[in-house]
Ligand binder design. Structure first.
Ligand code: ZN
Ligand code: ZN
Length: 140
């Protein structure tokens, strides 16, 4: 069982099950959404996720035409989860909000074409210029 919460504690969550993939995303939307060089998140089966509190929701249409929904605490601004209509049934949890974040290791870096020169990640990670042609359940 994984647990996590936002900065102020108004929103919290539990997650059952193992992550499908853990990724760094360097896309511009993640840069603006996090205020940092990239978002690091773990994708889980949405059925195992229970959220308490009442996160605010921001929706936008991605480059690929999918609707991306970001769930964040309206009180403190922590971005907790993201989901994408291109990957139904899964939600990505922001690793920085996870109590057990040290137990996970990123496996891929995506949208590397937008990566800032000051935002280095492990060069040994498989890196994709954009969104890999990958669906949950495939091998990474
Ligand atoms: Zn909060
Ligand atoms: Zn992104």
């Amino acid at each position: 069982m994984w647990t996590g919460r936002c900065l102020c504690g108004a929103c919290a969550y539990t997650i059952e099950g193992d992550p499908i993939v853990v990724a760094h995303c360097h896309c511009l939307d993640c840069q603006r959404g996090t205020g940092a060089g990239h978002a690091t998140s773990a994708m889980f089966d949405a059925a195992g996720i229970t959220i308490t509190g009442d996160p605010s929701v921001y929706e936008q249409v991605s480059e690929a035409g999918n609707t991306v929904t970001r769930l964040f605490c309206g009180g403190c601004g922590s971005q907790l989860f993201g989901r994408n209509t291109g990957m139904p049934g899964v939600m990505a949890a922001s690793l920085g909000t996870l109590d057990q974040a040290d137990e996970l290791t990123p496996q891929v870096a995506i949208f590397a074409r937008a990566r800032r020169h000051w935002d280095a990640v492990d060069p040994a990670l498989p890196t994709y210029d954009g969104q890999p042609d990958w669906k949950p359940g495939d091998d990474v």
